[in-house]
Design a protein around this ligand. Structure first.
Ligand code: GLU
Length: 448
């Protein structure tokens, strides 16, 4: 990969050299630099004042040991991370991921993406990300609690309402945020609601935060459809994953008249031509944390396919909502041949660079995660607003704020892509609009 302008190519080479082996981070940086050629040509100060080079180097990176005791009395050791990437627009903001694949390269890719995503929301939040290689799968509630307490015992000294505000990501939901918040409160003796988002509704959380990433992705897709004079009515949609993002994307698609005919988990996928039964899916995946095969066992109209890829199912719209690099070039060709015309990323960087290139070549509209899935973090910022004013808003009001933010992100992407001569290119629109806002703030704040 390269194909970048000379100055940007040199910056990318420097990133590769300084961060060996961090392939997901390299990919995320390349994807942004790839859009910045016309920006640097028009505004050379961004390159001259090393804004882009500074952006590629996190402001602070914290790596720590997380020792905890499992149910058998054995000491377990995990590694914890928090990468505080950029605070030009506000306190560092971004989720925590607990998954065995987590290492510095994943946390840095996510943190880097978060800078531009958070900028696109138009809200005052910087970019950061964290997590651990802890695998919550098969762990008891007690083990998850002890792990979260051990994790926060180090993390608490680095975070705060005005400093760094973590939330959830893969493997971190309401249960984990509860244990993390409890330990923060116990260590600091402060009920500092604004230190974490994704909290429960009875202790400082916001309505719609749980649903926000999935709903937001669907609102964004709806804007794309509206710009073509279409709607979700009668559309067949395939969603990958079956976690929080996927489930609430499915809920909103059904509300808007579309039909989700397939979704997946790490073992395989299910096809249900009648449309996914959301109550059953929520029960199997969110409440019981069971395998998706159980859905097919309990629902006569559905069948389960072991292994394979959910992108084999022909559809009009595809929403990858599972994890990074889950949709490759081959899948992109399969989707386009099956009649798919829109792909919007509910997950972070689920489409490989080859897939993105093939979408453009086959006329499939592609909406990158930093725009399409920004609804989650945007609603986290709304949770921070409510915490700061010791207020709590209704579901309807909060959802309308989210919908408005997604409409604004959509129009900023469209207008910016047009301004830079690439109409219809949501990747260019998102990267350039997100970048300019952060870069201008960095220039204003001086060399820090
Ligand atoms: N993990 C989510 C994301 O990828 C949300 C982060 C947050 O709410 O801070 O944007």
């Amino acid at each position: 990969m390269s194909g970048l302008d000379e100055k940007l190519h040199d910056i990318h080479e420097e990133v590769l050299r300084r961060n060996p082996g961090e392939i997901e981070f390299h990919q995320a940086v390349h994807e942004v630099l790839d859009s910045l050629g016309p920006v640097v040509a028009k505004h050379p100060q961004y390159a001259d004042e090393a804004v882009i080079r500074r952006l590629c180097e996190p402001e602070r990176q914290i790596i720590f040991r997380v020792p905890w005791v499992d149910d058998n009395g054995q000491v377990q050791i995990n590694r914890g991370f928090r990468v505080e990437f950029n605070s030009a627009l506000g306190p560092y903001k971004g989720g925590l991921r607990f998954h065995p694949t987590v290492y510095l390269g994943i946390v840095k890719f996510l943190g880097f993406e978060q800078i531009f995503k958070n900028s696109l929301t138009g809200l005052p939040i910087g970019g950061g990300k964290g997590g651990s290689d802890f695998d919550p799968k098969g762990r008891s509630d007690g083990e998850v609690m002890r792990f979260c307490q051990a994790f926060m015992t180090e993390l608490y000294r680095h975070i705060g309402e005005y400093t760094d505000v973590p939330a959830g990501d893969i493997g971190v939901g309401g249960r984990e945020i509860g244990y993390l918040f409890g330990q923060y409160k116990r260590i600091t003796n402060r009920y500092e609601s604004g230190v974490l988002t994704g909290k429960g509704l009875t202790w400082g959380g916001s309505q719609v935060r749980t649903e926000a990433t999935g709903y937001g992705t669907v609102f964004f897709t709806h804007e794309i459809l509206k710009s073509r004079g279409e709607s979700f009515d009668g559309k067949r949609v395939v969603v990958s994953g079956s976690g929080n993002v996927a489930v609430y994307a499915i809920e909103k698609i059904h509300e808007l008249g579309g039909t989700v005919i397939a979704c997946s988990d790490s073992s395989g996928y299910i096809v249900d031509d009648k449309g996914i039964d959301l109550d059953l899916l929520k029960d199997v995946k969110l409440h019981r944390r069971a395998r998706i095969t159980e859905y097919a066992e309990q629902r006569g109209t559905a069948h389960y396919v072991a292994g394979g890829t959910v992108w084999e199912v022909p559809c009009d719209i595809a929403l990858p909502c599972a994890t990074q690099n889950e949709l490759n070039g081959h899948d992109a060709v399969t989707l386009a041949r099956g009649g798919c015309t829109i792909v919007a990323e509910g997950a972070n960087m689920p489409c490989t660079p080859e897939a993105v290139k093939l979408f453009a070549e086959s006329g499939v509209t592609f909406a990158p995660g930093k725009a399409a899935n920004a609804g989650g973090v945007a609603t986290s910022a709304l949770e921070m607003q409510q915490n700061a004013s010791r207020d709590s808003w209704s579901f309807g009001h909060t959802e309308e704020r989210l919908a408005e933010i997604m409409r604004n992100i959509h129009s900023r992407c469209v207008e910016t892509a047009e301004d830079y001569g690439q109409p219809g290119n949501y990747t260019a629109g998102a990267n350039i609009a997100g970048f300019i806002q952060v870069a201008d703030a960095m220039l204003a704040l001086g060399v820090i």
